[in-house]
Design a protein around this ligand. Structure first.
Ligand code: UT7
Length: 334
């Protein structure tokens, strides 16, 4: 057993990219659509604005743009990608996978492709999945993308949810390198008994697409915000502590904590519990909650704004529908 573990290859992030649609919708713009106001949204969530994709853009279009930036950043061509995973809860269609559409758009003709469904935790699950496949030698180069066109799956008449989400995509290129640690041991969990607190109840095999279902607005995302909030704080704090312990590290070893960007108050509460408020990455103000896209967008921004230097450790932590959650620590090697 220990021999097998020793033969695993260290896996590094060799490129990152993001794409945010041009159109910005501010809290003030939302005041014209639903009964809300900038003060409520900003004080409850830390959000000021979000990006909304054009009608002619599907999730795979956002994903492909982020992927091209990440491949250029890695200095590799699309045909070097062996594995392409798209984490999304807003796919182009039920099937084929959004990953297959992205493959075609970017020309990753040697990749095998699939989508991964873990809601807002999806990119972290994709990171873990790709890391393990590279570590054991099944593939050499992976492209993972978190991409969402949330604006098509939210009810623009429901102020409880429509103010909270935005569209966007982030991408990460992974490869085995001579790094000492790379993507380290992760900590993951799920609890399907709480699925109904955050879900899109209609449109699938349980509750098919009928006129009656659409009249009930069940094709849109529904959330029990207060309950989700409590679980998100508790579980992301636990996951962060667990992943530190698994890797024999403490919070002081981490240069930057990058949490899922759902709410500035959630991020602040986790920062306080871990006593790392000065090292919590935050960009929810600009993009709101972009679900699976939030983590890779944040990693790309952190890297390109000079917040990570080679050898730094970042701790990624996420929580989302399912419920799903997880954390990982990554040695930045670029
Ligand atoms: O990405 C996956 C994970 N998602 C999350 O982690 C989101 C977790 N939840 C949250 O971020 C917060 O719970 C929310 C931002 C959704 C809500 O904040 P809150 O402080 O928990 O507010 P609340 O649910 O306690 O709502 C308070 C009031 C309600 O009115 P009443 O019933 O007290 O009269 C809502 O109807 O605020 C009302 N409200 C609004 N008012 C103005 C809800 N949405 C709005 C709105 N504008 N947009």
């Amino acid at each position: 057993m220990s021999k097998a573990i020793n033969s695993l290859r260290a896996v590094s992030i060799i490129g990152t990219g993001a794409y945010l649609p041009e159109k910005t919708v501010t809290n003030r713009d939302l005041e014209k659509i639903v009964d809300t106001n900038d003060e409520w949204i900003y004080s409850r969530t830390g959000m000021r604005e979000r990006r909304i994709a054009r009608d002619d853009q599907a999730t795979s279009d956002l994903a492909a743009e982020a992927a091209k930036v990440a491949l250029a950043d890695a200095g590799i061509s699309a045909d070097e990608v062996d594995l392409l995973i798209v984490a999304t809860l807003s796919p182009d269609m039920f099937f084929p996978s959004t990953a297959c559409f992205v493959q075609d758009k970017i020309g990753a003709k040697n990749a095998y492709c699939y989508d991964l469904g873990a809601a807002c935790s999806g990119s972290l699950y994709a990171l873990e999945t790709a890391k393990n496949q590279i570590a054991c030698g099944a593939v050499n180069t992976a492209l993972i993308i978190g991409a969402e066109k949330m604006s098509t799956f939210i009810d623009w008449k429901d102020r409880n949810t429509c103010v909270l989400f935005g569209d966007g995509a982030g991408a990460i290129v992974l490869r085995a390198t001579g790094a000492k640690r790379g993507v380290m041991k992760g900590s993951f969990g799920s609890d399907g008994s709480l699925a109904n607190l955050l879900w899109t109840p209609g449109g699938g095999s349980r509750n098919p697409m009928t006129h009656e279902m659409i009249d009930r607005n069940e094709q849109y995302l529904k959330m029990e915000g207060r309950e989700v909030y409590k679980h998100a704080v508790t579980q992301m704090t636990k996951s962060a502590l667990d992943v530190l312990e698994k890797n024999g590290l403490c919070a002081a070893d981490i240069k930057l904590f990058i949490p899922h960007q759902a709410n500035a108050r959630i991020i602040d509460a986790i920062g306080k519990r871990l006593d790392v408020q000065d090292r919590m990455f935050l960009n929810v103000e600009k993009y709101a909650n972009t679900s699976a896209a939030a983590l890779p967008i944040a990693i790309d921004e952190a890297a390109k704004s000079g917040q990570l230097a080679s050898g730094d450790l970042m701790l990624l932590v996420a929580f989302g529908g399912g419920f799903t959650w997880g954390a990982n620590i990554v040695e930045w090697t670029k």
